[in-house]
Structure formats: structure tokens, C-alpha cells
Design a protein around this ligand. Sequence first.
Ligand SMILES: C[S@@+](CC[C@H](N)C(=O)[O-])C[C@H]1O[C@@H](n2cnc3c(N)ncnc32)[C@H](O)[C@@H]1O
Length: 283
Amino acid sequence: MICGSVKPTTSIFLQRLMAFHELVLIGDEAFRYCGQWAAQFRQRMGRAFEGRIIFDVGCYDASFLARVASKHPRIGFVGIDWKVRSLLAGAEEVTRRQLRNAVLIRGRGQEVARIFTAGEVDEIWLFHPEPCDRLQELNNRLFAEPFLLDVHQVLRDGTSTLTLKTDHPGYHQWALGLCGQRQPTWFELARAAREQKVPPQPDWPRVRAGDLVHPSQIPPASSEIKSNFEVSALSHNYWNDPAAKAQMQNRCFADELTHFEHRYTRQRLPIYLLELRKRDDSR
Ligand SMILES: C[S@@+](CC[C@H](N)C(=O)[O-])C[C@H]1O[C@@H](n2cnc3c(N)ncnc32)[C@H](O)[C@@H]1O
């Protein structure tokens, strides 16, 4: 337990969160079920557990996770977030819905390879990670080589995937660059138009040009990522892209807006999606 190191401003919420010890893993408890997640879900769910495990990184208040988990009672869901107050709301929601198939972790997504052992996870969701778009923050971006190599390790062989969704076009540029994918042509047109104070053309797709970066700031393709994953889905406007939605139709997140997506889609912002599938023959 980490009570001793808790700042006074967070301790009340942390103490309230700790009351959900059956449901929420805090501190080193996060690593308690490493290698035993299937057994743990079997214990919680009995024979209802079908064996699949989904990890939601940055689950916020777990409202999305709880909604999806209640529709898919045979799958085990693990949500992680750093924010105590959000997780507290999540723990209350999971309890209110009496879900046996959801566990929450107070921790950092970067710990994925300590939370799960090799091949233990079927899907990882990285939905609207913090953009970390200032120069000094770029190294904190979760979608980066070290995290993705750990993700590769914990994903099960076969058809397991990591799905990134973001509203942030600069983050999308970054992810496309690392994965060696072509940038949408209108990104550079929109960015240059903004710099030269020229209005965007009406036939360009909508993009928040102020968040786009110069091509020189896009990272080069990572050979490590390429040899470990294939890009299995890509959309520059997921909610208005029938082909991408059809491709995702058998996924349990396909038709569900996340908490933050509700906001973004109200503002008519495109949601970018990039999915990586683990290559079995990698490494
Ligand atoms: C913009 S919100 C998105 C929440 C949710 N996935 C959604 O789509 O509505 C990003 C969330 O990620 C969490 N977060 C940021 N960095 C994290 C990290 N390294 N590990 C775990 N959670 C993190 C934040 O606390 C926040 O709740």
C-alpha cells in the first residue's frame, strides 16, 4: 500500500478508492495478477469467462469500460488510469453495475509488461491518450517504441491488437510516422495554409490545423515497430468512415463513444484510428 507517500490533497480520494480493494489495484498490487489474470477472472466470473482479456489504457472514469463490459459479460476487462478521482468514479460505476468482469488499476500504462505476462492480453485500447504536444513532453507520449515493444510482448499470438484513437492530428501524424504510414495530403496543405494565413479550401477534410506539426518534426518509421506489428486498420475520420466501421464491426468498442469522444464529436472533430496487429513471426 502507498498510504505513507500520499500527498495530503489526494489522500481523502485515495482512501476512498482503497475501500474498493476487491475491484481496484493500487501501487504494487497492480502487479499481483501478472500471469494469473485468466485464473483471476475465472474466480470472479466462473464459467462465464470465455478467456479473452481487454486492457483499456487511460480509462479515465471507466464509464466507457463499464458500459462495454456490461454488454460483454464473458470478456475480462482491465482498466488503468493514473487519476485517483477519475478511478473513484469508475469504481463506483463498476460497483453500481455489479460487474464481475472488470478490474481497475491505479497506475501507469508504461507498466504494462509488469501488469501482464507474455501473451496474456487479447486487445489493448489506447483511446485518446494525453497529446503531450509540447516539445519537452514528446518523450512522454505513450505511443512510442518502448511502450509498443512491451505491448507486443503481452499481446497473445494470433490476432491480438493495439488500437489507438485520437482527436489530435499531431498525435496521428506522429503515430503514422512511427508506423511508416503515408500522411494524409490535406494535413500539409492545411498546416501550410494556416502558416501563410490563407483560408483552408472548402473541399479539404476538417482538421484542427493548429495541432499539426511541420513534416520535419514527424518521427521516422521505426524498424522495431514494423517488424513486430502490421497496420491492420487506419482511418482519418473513424466515425464518418463506413469502411473502417465495417472493418471494426465485430469489436466491442466499434459503436461506442468514449467519454472524451462525446466531447470531440460534438465539436465535429474527426477521430483518427490506427490499429496494430501483432506479427507472430516477429523478433
Ligand atoms: C484524454 S483522457 C481519455 C480518457 C478515455 N480513454 C476516453 O477516451 O474518454 C486521457 C486519460 O489518460 C490518463 N493517463 C494519462 N497518462 C497515463 C498513463 N501514463 N497511464 C495511465 N493513464 C494515463 C489520464 O489520467 C486521463 O484519464
